[in-house]
Design a protein around this ligand. Sequence first.
Ligand SMILES: [Zn+2]
Length: 346
Amino acid sequence: MLLVGAHPEQDRHDPGSGHPERPGRLVAAAAGIADALDADAGDAGLGGTDLCLPLRLASRSELAAVHDIGYLDAVADLCARGGGHLDADTVASPGSWETARATAGAGLGAVEALTAGQGDAAFVLGRPPGHHATRAAAMGFCLLNNVAITAAALVSRGERVAIIDWDVHHGNGTQDIFWEDPRVLFVSIHQWPLYPGTGRADERGGGAGLGTTVNVPLPAGATGDVYLAAWDEVIAPSVARFGATWVLVSAGFDAHRDDPLASMLLTAGDYADLTGRVMALTDEAGRTILFLEGGYDLGGLRASVAACASRLAGGSYRPEPASSGGPGMAHVAGYRRRFLEEIPHS
Ligand SMILES: [Zn+2]
């Protein structure tokens, strides 16, 4: 059973007119879940079996496992005063603090439900996204680092967590937070060069975490076959060598071919294939959570969420066929030679 954490009716994070990270994204994502439900009705997939996770706010102490208290208080105060800019393109509105806490809390609620045996995987669809947020700064539309907050909760109870970030932008915030932490493997596959400018292949972590950061930068125009080659040659062997007990995915959908902020050529069918690869990473059911990050074309977002949700639930809904033929295969071959021997064993 797939657990879904989505409460678009409670979404009060509004960065303002014309901002690409807009409330309509969550409506489109929720529509994607409904599309998958309809398509899989009577099939082995989602039909009638998904469970909505209850709304749950992350507590101050849960947030403080990742973020500085001074930063948390500053964001809460800004929202209480009516909102405003946190950086050039990151804006808080009066409702942003509560909405961000609910999005962070959805990942924690998903861990609780999965641990209790209530589902096989979870898909957290919330706003704002999180992977650019660092310990002490909002950045790139992100206020709280949702995937990092869930990873921190898991490692505090002894789990080894792999975070795979397939958002088209590098997850600089998540990388920073776990840079020296050997209990979290951070793997990012992204377009490069592109915002935020980090994510080169030679960024590998530091201190005790040396080797537990893996960056797979790819050229603009990469297609699904290149992503799958990167997955099979670099990402899956890295996760296996690390010995992850949980897999969290920063699932942005802005590598979709219709996205206005980037230039990759993925389709909904490619995201279904990547989701199938995610499910093969863990031996045990109930140890996989996908988190919505970016994705700014509403049609591409809806189709991609639908394809992922169907695949997570064992269905086969693919509103768009897979893509192939783009550049990047030579990059993947180079990364394979360089990376694997540097990942610490579990
Ligand atoms: Zn992005």
